[in-house]
Design a protein around this ligand. Structure first.
Ligand code: PBG
Length: 325
C-alpha cells in the first residue's frame, strides 16, 4: 500500500494511539537490579563513577533487596566487594561458606524469600591480580579455575541463591558448575551464563566499585573480541548444551545486533547486561545538561528489549521505578 492509502503518521497521531501500537514495552518484570555488598554494618558508600549507586553492608543491602521486590523488580544480581587482605590467587574467600556473598544471600533469602537472588560467579573480586581466574605465570589457567567456580557455585546454592551467574568466560565452566550442582542435589539452582561477554571499555565504573581492575595485562584471552558476532552464537549454544538456563550478552548497547542474533539461535531466555559504563555515560551527560536522562533511559531499555532481550540487568533499575510511578 502506498501514499495516500497508507500514511505512517496516522498511527502516530496521539499518545493513546502510539501506546496502542507500541511493539515493545519494558516492565519491571524484565529487569534485574545489580547490587554491591561490602563488609561491615549500617554503612553505604557512594560509588563515585556510578552516580546514585551505592555499595551496602549486608544489613542495609537486605533493605534495598526488599525495596526492589516491593516495587516489582523481582530479581537482583549480587556482587561482593572483598577487602584486599582477603584476596589471593586461589579463590579461598570465594568458596568460604561463611564468606560475604554466602552470608548476604542467606540474609536476603530470610528476609525476602520470594525475591530471585542471582550471584556473581567469577574470581576477579577475590583475586590479588584482578583476573577472573587463577594466574599461572602470565596466563589465566582455565581448568583449575573452573573447579573453583564449581565449588563457589555450590556454596552459593547452599546459601540459597536461585541462580548462579558465571561472568568469567572460562571454557567449560557451565558444564562443570552444572555437574557440581547436580552432584550436591541442587537440581533446581539455575545458571544464567554470561555467554557472550566482551572485552569491553565499558566496565570501568564496575571495577572502581569492586576495586577489581586487572593488575597486569587485560582480559582479552578470555573475554570476547568486540569484532565478532558469530562467535557469540557458538558461545551461547555451547552454554545451553552445557546446562545454562539463561544466556546473557554483555555489554548491551554496543551489542544490539549480537542480542538479536543470539535470540534467533537459542531457545532459552536471553538476558542483556547494560553495564556500568553505559549507565555512567548517561549520568555524566545529564549532569552537564547535555541530555534528558529520563528520556534516554527509557529509550535505551526499550531498544535493548526490542533487540531481543527477555531480561535486562541494569543500573537504571532505580530510575526505571522512579519514572514508572
Ligand atoms: C567480572 C565482571 C565485570 C562485570 C561484571 N562481572 C567486569 C570485568 O569483566 O572486568 C562488569 C559489569 C559492569 O561493568 O557493570 N567478572
Amino acid at each position: 500500500m502506498s501514499f495516500p492509502l497508507s500514511r505512517g503518521r496516522r498511527l502516530r497521531k496521539s499518545e493513546s494511539i502510539r501506546r496502542m501500537v507500541a511493539e515493545t514495552k519494558v516492565t519491571a518484570d524484565d529487569l534485574i537490579a545489580p547490587l554491591f555488598v561490602m563488609e561491615g554494618k549500617n554503612k553505604k558508600e557512594q560509588i563515585p563513577s556510578l552516580p546514585g549507586y551505592h555499595c551496602f553492608t549486608p544489613d542495609l543491602l537486605v533493605k534495598e533487596a526488599n525495596f526492589f521486590y516491593r516495587n516489582g523488580i523481582k530479581c537482583i544480581l549480587l556482587f561482593a566487594k572483598i577487602p584486599g587482605n582477603k584476596k589471593d590467587n586461589a579463590g579461598k574467600e570465594a568458596v568460604n561458606p561463611k564468606g560475604l556473598m554466602q552470608t548476604t544471600v542467606k540474609a536476603i533469602k530470610n528476609a525476602v524469600p520470594e525475591l530471585c537472588v542471582m550471584t556473581d560467579v567469577a574470581l576477579d573480586p577475590y583475586s590479588e591480580f584482578g583476573h577472573d581466574g587463577i594466574v599461572k605465570g602470565k596466563e589465566i589457567d582455565n581448568d583449575s579455575t573452573i573447579k573453583v567456580l564449581a565449588e563457589m557455585s555450590v556454596s552459593h546454592a547452599q546459601a540459597g541463591a536461585d541462580f548462579v551467574a558465571p561472568s568469567d568466560m572460562m571454557d567449560g565452566r557451565v558444564l562443570k558448575i552444572r555437574e557440581a550442582l547436580e552432584q550436591s542435589n541442587f537440581h533446581h539452582t539455575g545458571i544464567m551464563s554470561y555467554s557472550a561477554k566482551y572485552a569491553s571499555g565499558f566496565y570501568g565504573p564496575f571495577r572502581d566499585a569492586l576495586d577489581s581492575a586487572p593488575a597486569f595485562g587485560d582480559k582479552k584471552t578470555y573475554q570476547m573480541d568486540f569484532a565478532n558476532a558469530r562467535e557469540a552464537i557458538r558461545e551461547a549454544q555451547a552454554d545451553v548444551e552445557e546446562g545454562a538456563d539463561i544466556v546473557m550478552v554483555k555489554p548491551a548497547l554496543p551489542y544490539l545486533d549480537v542480542i538479536a542474533k543470539v535470540k534467533e539461535a537459542v531457545n532459552v531466555p536471553v538476558a542483556a547486561y547494560s553495564v556500568s559504563g553505559e549507565y555512567a555515560m548517561v549520568k555524566a551527560a545529564a549532569k552537564n545538561g547535555w541530555m534528558d536522562e529520563d528520556k534516554a533511559i527509557i529509550e535505551i531499555l526499550t531498544g535493548i528489549k526490542r533487540a531481543g532481550a527477555d531480561l535486562i540487568a541494569t543500573y537504571f533499575a532505580y530510575d526505571f521505578l522512579r519514572l514508572k510511578k
